[in-house]
Design a protein around this ligand. Sequence first.
Ligand SMILES: *[C@@H]1O[C@H](CO)[C@@H](O)[C@H](O)[C@H]1NC(C)=O
Length: 284
Amino acid sequence: MAYLSRTLLASILLLYSGLVAGLTSTLQQVTNYGTNPTKVGMYYYKPTTVKPNPAVIFAIHYCTGTAQAYFSGSPYAQLADTYGFIVIYPSSPNSGTCWDVSSKATLTHNAGGDSLGIANMVPYAISTWGADPNRIFVTGSSSGAMMTNVMCAVYPNLFAAATVYSGVAAGCFVSSSGGVDAWNSSCAQGQVSQTSAQWATQVRAMYPGYTGPYVPIQEYHGTADTTLYPENLGEEVKEWAGIFGYNAAAPTQVLQNTPLSGYTKSIYGPALQGAYFFLILNRR
Ligand SMILES: *[C@@H]1O[C@H](CO)[C@@H](O)[C@H](O)[C@H]1NC(C)=O
C-alpha cells in the first residue's frame, strides 16, 4: 500500500538525488546487530569524519520504500556529513515494505516485532561507534512515521527527540485480530477518535511500569492527505498531549507560515508541537 503518491516521492527524490553524489561515505549494512525476531534490515551512513560520541538519527522509510531509497531520497546523509552524526536506516522485512505497527508484539516493550529489531540497533550503535546514548533521535515518513510514534511509545527510554511526517497515533493501527503488518482503514481514514486520557492509557500500557520521561516530539501532516487522513494529526497531538499533561485543545502558541510558508504550527508545551502543511499532492 503506497502511502505517498508517486508524484510526491518523485519530487522528493529529484530534490535530494544530487546530494548523495557528493557524500564522504556510502550506505553500509550490518547483518548481525542483536536480537531481531522479524529480521529487520540495518543499514547506516557514517561520514568519513564524525564527532566524538556522535549523535544518531534513525530514519525510517515509507511503504514501498527501502533503506537505500530513504538514504538517497532524504537529506539526512548530507546533514550527517555537515554535522558529524550517524544515520541508521532500518529496512522493513514485510511484503510491500510497510512496518508492523499493528501486532501485539510490536506494540509491547521487549515483546518482539519490528519495533524490537529497531530498538536493538541502539545498543549496537553505542557499543560499536561510541554513540551518545542521550542523543539518539528518530524520524520517519508515512509508515515510517507510524513506526516513529510506535518507537516513542514502546521504547521511550531510547530516544531524545522525534519528528513524525504524516503518520498515525501509536496504537491507532492496531489489528483487532492480532495481525502483523495489518492495514487499518478506519484509522487511516481518520475515523478512530479517542480522548487524550484514552490515548495516554494505551501508550503507557505498551511499556508497563515505565516511569521515565517520554520523547519530545513534532508531528507534521498534510491537509490534503487522502491515504492517512489529516484527522490523524489531531489524534497524534491528543496522544502525546495526554502523556505530557498538555491540553490538546488549547495550544500555547499558533504560528502561521512556520517553519515554512504554508505550514501552521501549534505548540502545546515544551515537548510537543504539531504542524499542518498544505499538501496539494497525493490527491485521488
Ligand atoms: C483498527 O484500529 C482500531 C483502533 O485504532 C480498532 O478499534 C479496530 O478494531 C482496528 N480494525 C481492525 C480491522 O483491526
